[in-house]
Design a protein around this ligand. Structure first.
Ligand code: CA
Ligand code: CA
Length: 621
């Protein structure tokens, strides 16, 4: 009797397993990884009901897991030290279907020759691939994707920019003095257009993932990404990938065939997050507020991931390792950090660091206080959950830098805001690991915020490239791109002029820029290129003095070099008396203005122009 039942079932399985319909995550792996455990998630029609067999020298099947959804099978493997590169054949239903799983040789260097990490000597350039440059007009749109539009006349549409466009401008980054590129996400966003108050919004920004193992083909796919990383590395430029763990796009396959309902934080009715980071760390918090903060959805079309689910957590952590190894990434920027399960985040960071000891990650923790920022990275706080994150995107310092140019002077206002904010660096384990910036793709553009004022521009860039931390510049700031987020974010995400066919001006070249744009580019470039060779600005200590009469003086210094920075926020000129800072100026005879080359005697007073930053290298002779 049993024979008659088994045969039809086997035949059924056989016809269900069309090769292309079975997916395995991760899609490949490596020998020589430090963590020898690997969990394969196999997704295919009724695959969870199939029998299976794995025989591969050095690879052991420790256990398997079938879940309620029969379309999933989880296999826990040990990739032993004796396993050789090759193809693991996973044999289903007695040979009716064979899944080939590649086990590759890990690149030499034990995860340290690449994945070098980002540190304070770097200068990051943040760009949005769709908006930077179109290097391949053939990939702008595809008829078989949910959003088929590429229209540069619509701010909310895709514009066709891609990875080849970035590769075409590597010279530009080097001229500017950049050492690392942070691209907004490059993973596949096969999402339909979403209705917004201002029209139909596309996933041009990249934050709506629909597949964690595919590079969006409108950016050029995996091939273009590999080419970008290798071309950038050949020029000494590092690559930072932008990750999102908090949510996925509603068209992600996890939504169309959920392994289990609890992979998503579900609510009886739509529940948006309260966006209140306080609810994460407040010792007086209500459980309700805490749960809504973490498990509420960012927006209705971005389902919130339940990162407390172990299978999902493993899937995502292995994906981060896979991406880092496959593309030899140097660092990560993690979106919506404060909305994620804290246990997951620490497990993720620890797993990455285990395989890639130099890797670094910056979390996007949009907070307004130093204490809140410190909570989300390595810190000196006495709290029950201790973050192991390298550093945060430092919003408190960003806001303080902007205020030091915009606001009137006061006990805690103007430059005093920057002074008092940095004075709270004691809360961070290493504040030098924080990423500092003047704006980003979610903020009004810096040049507009300071009223398109040239003095403020120089003060801002001066602060950015001399204060403590890892500076990042938002694309276009160096050519005075401007705008407020009105009516939408797209206004601060305009195309880089010259990056697209038919542009009337090519601002990648001096000849395409106006005089004022060239002044701005040259100002950034000169300071950034000086910074590249400056040990004090790269890794030196910070000493700051209490602002006096609207003048804020601070030093970056190490045993080789001392840099004095003086920000005069007053509309009148001011005197800088070197004797007032003798703790750091003693023994020096000359102060060289690194922007003009002018030398001043370091024993006397010098004049600081109104609303200016003066950056001096102190020299013995
Ligand atoms: Ca394109
Ligand atoms: Ca969440």
């Amino acid at each position: 009797m049993r024979k008659f039942i088994t045969l039809p079932i086997l035949l059924f399985y056989y016809f269900c397993f069309a090769q292309n319909d079975v997916k395995v995550y991760p899609s490949s792996w490596w020998t020589g990884m430090k963590n020898t455990h690997l969990q394969l998630m196999i997704h295919g029609n009724n695959i969870g009901k199939a029998s299976y067999k794995i025989e591969y020298p050095g690879v052991r099947l420790d256990s398997s897991l079938r879940i309620i959804n029969p379309n999933y099978l989880f296999l826990n493997l040990t990739i032993g030290p004796d396993a050789k590169p090759g193809v693991i054949k996973i044999n289903f239903n007695g040979g009716n279907y064979i899944l080939n799983f590649a086990l590759d040789q890990r690149a030499p260097g034990k995860g340290t020759a690449y994945a070098r990490g980002i540190n304070s000597s770097d200068f990051i350039y943040l760009l949005m691939p769709d908006r930077f440059s179109n290097g391949d007009p053939n990939n702008d749109h595809y008829a078989n994707m949910r959003d088929t539009v590429a229209d540069r006349n619509n701010p909310l549409s895709r514009h066709g920019g891609d990875l080849q466009g970035i590769i075409n401008h590597l010279d530009y980054f080097q001229q500017l003095g950049v050492t690392a590129l942070w691209l907004t996400p490059v993973l596949e966003n096969d999402m339909p257009l979403e209705k917004e108050p201002n029209g139909w919004l596309s996933g041009y920004h990249g934050y709506w993932f629909t597949d964690h193992y595919e590079i969006d083909k409108r950016f050029g796919g995996k091939e273009a990404y590999l080419k970008l990383v290798s071309s950038a590395h050949a020029r000494g430029l590092k690559i930072i990938q932008d990750a999102v763990y908090n949510h996925i796009g509603a068209a992600h396959w996890i939504m169309s065939d959920p392994p289990s309902e609890d992979w998503i934080n579900r609510w009886p009715e739509y529940q948006g997050t309260n966006h209140r980071e306080q609810a994460v760390f407040d010792i007086h918090v209500s459980e309700k507020d805490k749960e809504v903060m973490e498990a509420g959805w960012f927006v209705p079309h971005l389902p919130d991931l339940n990162l407390r689910n172990h299978l999902l957590a493993t899937y995502l952590i292995q994906q981060a390792i896979w991406m880092t190894q496959e593309f030899q990434l140097d660092g990560w920027r993690v979106d919506t950090y404060k909305y994620c399960d804290p246990v997951f985040l620490n497990n993720l960071n620890a797993a990455l660091e285990k395989e890639f000891p130099k890797i670094t990650s910056f979390g996007e923790a949009t907070v307004s206080t130093v204490a809140a920022g410190a909570y989300f990275c390595k810190n000196n706080l006495n709290v029950s959950w201790k973050s192991n994150l390298t550093g945060i995107l430092d919003f408190p310092v960003c806001y303080a830098m902007l205020e030091s140019m915009k606001k009137n002077y006061g006990w805690t206002d103007g430059v005093n805001r920057l002074y008092t904010t940095l004075a709270e660096d004691m809360l961070y384990l290493n504040p030098m690991n924080n990423c500092i910036f003047l704006d980003n793709h979610d903020m009004d553009r810096f040049y507009s915020v300071v009223g398109e004022d040239w003095s403020s521009f120089k003060m801002g860039i001066g602060l950015l490239l001399t204060e403590r931390g890892v500076p990042h510049l938002y694309y276009g700031t160096e050519i005075l791109m401007k705008n407020f987020k009105n009516p939408s974010d797209a206004m601060v995400r305009e195309d880089f002029p010259g990056g697209f066919a038919g542009d009337s001006r090519n601002k990648f070249l001096p000849s395409g820029r106006t005089d004022s744009e060239n002044l701005a580019f040259d100002y950034v470039s000169k300071l950034a290129n000086f910074r590249k060779t400056s040990s004090a600005l790269g890794n030196g200590s910070l000493m700051q003095y209490i602002p006096s009469k609207r003048v804020y003086v601070y030093f970056r210094y190490d045993q080789h070099q001392t840099i004095l920075c003086a920000l005069n926020s007053d509309t009148l000129s001011a005197n800088l008396n070197f004797q007032d800072y003798s703790e750091r100026t003693r023994g020096f005879e000359t102060a060289t203005d690194i922007m003009t080359g002018t030398n001043y005697p370091a024993s006397e007073k010098m004049m600081l122009p109104p609303r200016s930053i003066t950056i001096l290298e102190l020299k013995k002779r």
